[in-house]
Design a protein around this ligand. Structure first.
Ligand SMILES: C[S@@+](CC[C@H](N)C(=O)[O-])C[C@H]1O[C@@H](n2cnc3c(N)ncnc32)[C@H](O)[C@@H]1O
Length: 324
């Protein structure tokens, strides 16, 4: 497959290739080349035949003289323009997941849910032909869209990919032997519901990475990882990418950016029977909507100065700051 993908990405444009067309205003359209077909806009059209056989990265003019750049889309371009069932993991987060999730060639990776298949494609590229990506998706319609998207991108069904329609918790134990999965990647509403099944499937030292959209999900999954008892202390972060405008002397960040996509959290599977080492810091109280008591500053991880320290500070201020 790796060789086939390399072949797909190289050489002059062929029938069946996806080509990204960019007009002088930067507007992009993606077409799939077919003999005899035309790509029309409200100002002129392009003949596919004029592109077939042309080198990747060519320019051509349409029937009214508008110039277009024609280039093969990258995976990052493709996932942003392909048909969607569910919301996709953006390329900036997929890059983080592959690196921080330590997805390596030959790895056995479990993924849920599949959604539109955007993240699956990055995982497949990272594990390569010798690896396995076992993806689980509750919804048949989403699984079908994802498989069609991946097939269109890789040119055929990727040999490392298996998609199972079903709930991860119910389907995973039947799909893998306990302790045989290297990495688990969860992008779903309630990853905390899957921790027992994931913990059983992972090899000792295996890694779980979850992508969640909200802070409340992040908090809940972090607490569930701790409560499970078989995982290391979780690590959470988010990434923000700000594009830059590059024009003459106007070199500056763009005015608009994606301020938020999601949070990532990782943890490692401990060996069977091993409990996590004691944390040095006292863990904060977990979120309990029904709890009657008030939240305290300590619950939220704030450092609260001792009464003695506050008294000392108050004394040192005396009558308060004096104006010069
Ligand atoms: C946001 S989408 C995933 C998008 C995907 N990562 C992508 O990049 O295209 C979340 C998916 O998880 C599926 N899902 C939620 N809980 C699940 C579970 N327990 N087992 C399997 N699939 C689940 C949903 O049906 C939905 O399609």
């Amino acid at each position: 497959m790796t060789a086939i993908e390399a072949d797909l990405r190289r050489g002059n444009f062929r029938i069946g290739d996806r080509v990204q067309l960019t007009d002088p205003k930067g507007r992009m359209h993606t077409i799939t080349l077919e003999a005899g077909k035309e790509f029309h806009t409200h100002r002129g059209f392009i003949r596919h035949d004029d592109l077939i056989g042309a080198p990747d990265g060519s320019t051509l003019t349409n029937t009214v003289g508008i110039e277009y750049l024609a280039i093969r889309p990258l995976l990052a371009d493709y996932v942003m323009s392909m048909p969607r069932g569910a919301a996709v993991v953006y390329p900036k987060d997929a890059g983080q997941i592959v690196m921080m999730g330590d997805i390596f060639p030959g790895a056995v990776v479990v993924e849920a849910g599949v959604g539109s298949g955007a993240l699956s494609m990055s995982l497949l590229r990272a594990v390569g032909e010798s690896g396995r990506v076992l993806s689980f998706e509750r919804r048949t319609d989403f699984a079908t869209i994802a498989q069609a998207n991946a097939r269109a991108f890789f040119g055929s069904d990727h040999p490392a990919w298996t998609v199972t329609v079903g709930d991860l918790v119910e389907s995973l134990p039947a799909a893998v032997e306990p302790g045989t999965v290297d990495r688990v990647v969860l992008d779903m509403l309630a990853p905390w519901e899957c921790l027992d099944a994931v913990g059983d499937a992972l090899i000792p030292g295996g890694l779980l990475i979850c992508y969640v959209a909200t802070a409340t999900q992040l908090s809940r999954v972090a607490e569930a990882m701790r409560d499970h008892g078989g995982f290391t202390e979780p690590h959470a972060w988010e990434s923000m990418v700000r594009d830059w405008h590059l024009e003459g002397l106007a070199v500056r960040p763009v005015h608009r950016m994606h301020g938020h996509t999601g949070f990532l959290i990782t943890t490692r599977r401990l060996a069977p029977g091993v409990t996590p080492p004691l944390r040095k810091r006292r863990p904060g109280r977990g979120y309990d909507a029904d709890a009657a008591e008030e939240w305290t500053a300590e619950d939220l991880g704030e450092r609260v100065p001792s009464d003695k320290r506050v008294r000392r500070t108050a004394r040192s201020i005396g009558d308060g700051p004096r104006l010069p």
